[in-house]
Design a protein around this ligand. Structure first.
Ligand code: ZN
Length: 137
């Protein structure tokens, strides 16, 4: 896969309004974007930490993926996202190595990135996201 860096860490929270002040007032980061991803039934808030971002995820529907995650496990780290170049090829490469994919083709995530998830069963319990910022090119 040869990721270039960790693009973001996704953290499931009950409420953005409650969680944002921790990252702003305690961690001293600035929330630069709040965005709803209707497709994923979440509202997201982003903070930059160097090249990496923190993505807070608040569920907008108890039946959505974050709603179910919090119901089962509570708040906490939800996924780790690696930045890659040529995401389609990386997915084919992963498939050829027997990796179980949630998304066999990339879809649009927050911030206009092309994203795809690898199943946590193929990644030692970690929901792993690949993403590519094609606006870079
Ligand atoms: Zn993500």
């Amino acid at each position: 896969m040869e990721p270039t860096h960790i693009e973001h860490i996704g953290i499931a929270v009950n409420s953005l309004e409650q969680a944002i002040p921790f990252y702003e007032k305690v961690m001293g980061l600035k929330c630069y974007n709040v965005e709803e991803v209707a497709d994923q039934k979440v509202r997201t808030a982003f903070f930059r930490v160097g090249q990496t971002k923190i993505e807070l995820l608040e569920s907008t529907d108890p039946e959505g993926p974050i709603g179910k995650f919090i119901e089962k496990k509570g708040e906490g780290i939800h996924h780790i996202a690696f930045a890659v170049k040529g995401i389609e090829n990386k997915l084919r490469e992963a498939e050829s190595k027997g990796v179980r994919l949630i998304d066999t083709t990339p879809r649009k995530g927050a911030e206009g990135l092309d994203i795809a998830f690898i199943h946590p069963r193929s990644a030692f319990g970690v929901l792993t996201e690949l993403c590519e910022d094609k606006s870079d090119e």
